[in-house]
Ligand binder design. Sequence first.
Ligand SMILES: [Zn+2]
Length: 234
Amino acid sequence: MRILAVGAHPDDIEIVAAGTLIRFKEEGHDVYICHALNGDKGHYHIPPDELAKTRIAEAKEAGELMGAEVFTLGLSDAELIAEDLQTRGLFIDAIRRSQPDLIITHNPEDYMPDHVATSKLVRDAAFCASLPHFKTEYPAFDSVPPIYYMDTLAGIGFQPEEYVDISGAMELKAKMLACHRSQVSWMQEHDHVDLIGMMKLQCNFRGLQCGVQYAEGFISARIYPSIKPARLLP
Ligand SMILES: [Zn+2]
């Protein structure tokens, strides 16, 4: 299969879904990680232009550790509008270029507007990418892929329906998140949070719920015509 994970910011996938992507990769699937935004507002000291370059470099370094292809839509933080048609076209092309059998993205409700907008844009783009008369850079994709919503930050308001055991992937997952050095310091300064410790705690809690050491949780989006009868997650 081809798996596309779409996060709002360059570190979102590493926090709540990278363990599952590592499992997919270990099983021989192709993994693509897309960031809608360039992360240019997530710091006190590094100016936006420089920060955007830093964060893309950090994300590519993390992706290389697991062998995923990483790309960004290059939009600015906190400026994502779910109803913008041009932006929808960018999301459509993220799908058309990677031709996924399965998409992972944010839950429709999460803690900040970029995550919420990304979730809606992915949902809308997944259908519109199949319309040949919706012209973008890439040709139409001939399927509407199923979508899985990943956990929210700190798991707030999210009750997983499916779990993936990532106990064996935690070491690599933590190394991937540690590549996001600018965010480890930002989260400490802005939110007084140890980013890697928070990630491990959340995965430990999800693991507790399903009887393993570490797990990630997901909800299958009930969207016609992309629902599949079989489990798709590892
Ligand atoms: Zn984010």
